[in-house]
Design a protein around this ligand. Structure first.
Ligand SMILES: [Zn+2]
Length: 330
């Protein structure tokens, strides 16, 4: 048994030595192939003795030919954000409707502020406890300040901003009791399906007219210019077959620039815009759009792995359907 064990040991040692040796050679080869000297050899072969180095040429040619053929890495200059399902319900470009219910993510709910504490003096609020998202009230202020500055009436009143699930349920139930279920379905979103849950929507009222904002006469300025401030008129008669909500000349939704411009320019309702953006996936052609001197680049990412530029200015918004919209400020 003794000698046999010794032989086995010797064989094992020999095998390990062989293995170690081959590892060392691999590393050495890798270093040569990837480093600068390989390029230098290529140059030498091209300019000089092309015929005399047959045996060395094939590996060099192989290395040299492969480099230009490597396709550009589509993720070069990007990092991947891993988002959650809840993130998909957060952001300025979310679509909320009876078909795409809102999930009241804490990340958005916690940002709500009191309208009366943040609004400008160009308009009023019917109650003191209306909540809204900061970005929406900031742009609402700019819009109505400019409206008043160019001669508009100061009687515009915000009569609805953020709504809770229970508040919307109460609205729907009262409307259904008063006007019938068909009317309620046409004009009142179901609880969870109202844009007012998001904090990005407001309903306007004219105290001079004693009625909801109609966007006619001098008030037409607001309807015509709202997209310059990131707002869209969300429900029109023309798009009722798609939105499933009757025309509401008083309901404005903040979606942000440049999205508001693209919606208006293409005469989209918001449902159509969210679908339109699917034509611009990350790994396809992106959507470029210029407002004034500012250029924007937009793409859509389905799922939760979202490539975003490393550095630079950009926003990521869920679409509240199946993915994310990335907007790069160039
Ligand atoms: Zn509304």
């Amino acid at each position: 048994m003794g000698p046999l064990l010794l032989v086995l040991l010797l064989v094992l040692v020999a095998a390990m030595a062989l293995l170690l040796n081959s590892c060392g050679q691999d590393q050495g080869n890798d270093g040569n192939a990837g480093g600068a000297p390989a390029g230098g050899e290529d140059n030498g072969a091209d300019s000089g003795n092309a015929g005399g180095t047959d045996q060395q040429d094939p590996p060099e040619d192989e290395t040299g030919a492969q480099e230009p053929e490597v396709p550009a890495d589509p993720y070069d200059g990007y990092e991947i954000l891993t988002m959650t399902e809840e993130d998909m319900a957060v952001g300025e470009q979310i679509l909320v409707s009876n078909e795409h219910m809102y999930s009241f993510p804490e990340a958005a709910e916690s940002q709500l502020v009191l309208l009366v504490d943040n609004k400008s003096s160009s308009y009023t609020s019917n109650v003191n406890d209306t909540l809204i998202l900061p970005v929406a009230v900031e742009h609402l202020n700019q819009m109505l300040d400019d409206y008043v500055a160019q001669g508009g009436a100061t009687d515009i009143m915000v009569v609805s901003g953020y709504r809770t699930y229970d508040f919307q349920q109460g609205l729907f139930d009262r409307n259904a009791a008063r006007n019938g279920i068909e009317n309620a379905r046409r004009y009142v979103a179901q609880a969870g399906g109202s844009e007012h849950h998001t904090g990005y929507a407001v309903d306007l009222y004219s105290t001079n007219n004693g009625d909801y904002f109609e966007g006619v006469g001098e008030y037409a300025w607001v309807t015509d210019h709202c997209h310059e401030y990131g707002f869209i008129l969300r429900y029109t008669e023309e798009k009722e077959p798609i939105t499933k909500i009757g025309p509401e000349s008083w309901h404005f939704r903040y979606v942000g620039v440049p999205h508001s411009y693209i919606v208006v320019e293409n005469d989209f309702c918001y449902e159509e815009y969210i679908d339109y953006l699917r034509q611009f996936p990350f790994d396809g052609e992106h959507l470029f759009y210029t407002v004034g001197d500012q250029e924007y680049e937009i793409y859509f990412v389905e799922g939760l792995e979202v490539p975003v530029p490393e550095g630079g200015e950009y926003t990521v918004s869920g679409n509240n359907v199946d993915g994310f919209i990335v907007t790069i400020t160039k």
